[in-house]
Design a protein around this ligand. Structure first.
Ligand code: IPD
Ligand code: CA
Length: 271
């Protein structure tokens, strides 16, 4: 039986907004952060409580689907049997959240088994901004259609990026790329939430974004938002479907600056 994606959207929006309410309740109180893989990789009680809520709600909504959550890993129906997958990041931008910087979001995406995204919901609870897309249905922000920017040249572009949490020990830590790209563009940003960076490219606020070593729950919703808003997402080599890897390198732009950006990035990585 084929899935009616559009009819699922209101329920997923409600789940993301309920999760946002959980996150903002924690945000209003003192926040204690624990560490995960290293001393700068954080998790808080809010990440855990919001993910438990989202996963329970998705299981009730779609019991035959597989769910991948940042904090809880593989959940729901088994991957082998499920035709559809959900990717859930309860808080993208946990470092901002723990520092009380109001820039973080909940990101939920539904994909086909081959990881082609079908439905995307990103909710920023501190600004009450909701970004949604369904395949073929365009990208919407708070109920209005949005599109990528018209910038044609890198020197007119505002581009964001991020650095891996293992940057102290990993030589592929984006510092070479950052140093090479910054002089070529109008503005550089490190906003601290890859999912919102992608939503901002889709909404025409940023012209582009790049980052390596990214997890699928950080990007799966943002990829669909950008595709449906007229932009382009590839890996660092310009190949489509970077989300087939578990830790991928992503270049996301308005499409018009994509080749120039890839050229600059490749030169930076070789130089
Ligand atoms: C992180 C944010 C950050 C990006 C990191 C991600 P998290 O996600 O998206 O902007 O640079 O690569 O891990 O840990 O806050 O969910
Ligand atoms: Ca997270």
């Amino acid at each position: 039986m084929s899935l009616n994606i559009v009819s699922l959207l209101p329920a997923v929006i409600d789940i993301a907004q309920q999760a946002g309410a959980i996150v903002m309740r924690h945000y209003a109180a003192p926040i204690h952060a624990e560490t995960k893989a290293n001393k700068i990789d954080l998790v808080t009680a809010a990440d855990k409580e919001a993910e438990l809520y989202i996963v329970a709600a998705l299981k009730a909504l779609a019991p035959t689907h597989h769910i991948v959550g940042e904090e809880g890993g593989a959940q729901g129906a088994s991957l082998a049997e499920a035709e559809y997958l959900w990717f859930v990041d309860p808080i993208d931008g946990t470092t901002n959240f723990a520092s009380k910087i109001p820039h973080f979001c909940t990101s939920i995406a539904l994909t086909e088994k081959n990881r082609h995204p079908l439905l995307a919901v990103i909710y920023d609870p501190a600004k009450s901004e909701l970004f949604t897309a369904t395949k073929g249905g365009g990208t919407w922000m708070n109920g209005r259609p949005v599109h990528v920017t018209e910038s044609m040249h890198l020197i007119d572009a505002v581009i964001s990026s991020g650095f891996p949490t293992d940057r102290a020990t990993n030589p592929d830590n984006n510092l070479r790329e950052w140093a090479a790209i910054v002089p070529l563009i109008r503005g550089e940003r490190r906003l601290g939430s890859a999912a919102l960076d992608l939503a901002y490219v889709a909404a025409g606020r940023l012209d582009g974004f790049w980052e390596a070593g990214i997890n699928p729950w950080d990007v799966m919703a943002g990829i669909l938002l950008i595709e449906e808003a007229g932009g382009c997402v590839t890996d660092y080599a310009g190949e489509a479907l970077p989300q087939r890897q578990d830790k991928g390198g992503y270049v996301a732009t308005n499409g018009k600056i994509h080749s120039a950006f890839l050229e600059a990035l490749t030169a930076a990585r070789q130089g």
